[in-house]
Design a protein around this ligand. Structure first.
Ligand SMILES: [Cu+2]
Length: 167
């Protein structure tokens, strides 16, 4: 008899405590979002909605270089809008690498040895980037250093490469 009473009180106590626990857990978020967070939630949401839409980078390809509208972007979805304003076809590879320009491995035909350089994240093929064309490449970038490179024979060696920093 005594034991069951103890158990009853214990259960009641536990449910009371957990009820309190629930309340505190509920009140804190409910109060702070409305009061303090309403100001906070909006800015906290807008960067994430911006990054959902993605950072847009305008890329201009010419002989023999890339011009990026910005060379440092926040991590998340990135949209490369690449226009070939040159006379010859080009391509664009995005390669994540830790290497500096002078350490980048080059093949005998003047291409970047992509596999040795790092990891290819995305690519716009030569057929899609003929003179006068604009093509979009959407990728998701984690923080790090990325090489934007045209890997047609000789183009990389001729200087058709640039770095993008993702923070
Ligand atoms: Cu090229």
């Amino acid at each position: 008899m005594k034991t069951s009473i103890k158990i009853f009180f214990f259960t009641a106590l536990v449910s009371l405590v957990s009820a309190c626990g629930n309340n505190t857990a509920q009140t804190t978020p409910t109060n702070s979002p409305t009061a303090t967070n309403s100001a906070q939630t909006t800015p906290a949401n807008s960067p994430s909605s911006t990054s959902t839409a993605g950072t847009k980078i305008q890329v201009t390809a010419t002989e023999m270089k890339f011009d990026l509208s910005q060379s440092t972007v926040p991590a998340g979805p990135v949209e490369f809008v690449v226009t070939n304003k040159g006379k010859m076809p080009h391509e664009m590879e995005v390669v994540k690498t830790d290497l500096t320009v002078d350490k980048l491995p080059v093949t005998s035909d003047g291409r970047l040895d992509t596999d040795k350089a790092g990891k290819e994240i995305g690519e716009i093929e030569e057929d899609d980037l003929k003179s006068g064309t604009t093509k979009t490449l959407k990728v998701n970038l984690t923080p790090g250093k990325y090489l934007i490179v045209c890997n047609l024979p000789g183009h990389f060696k001729a200087g058709m490469r640039t770095f993008l920093t993702v923070k």
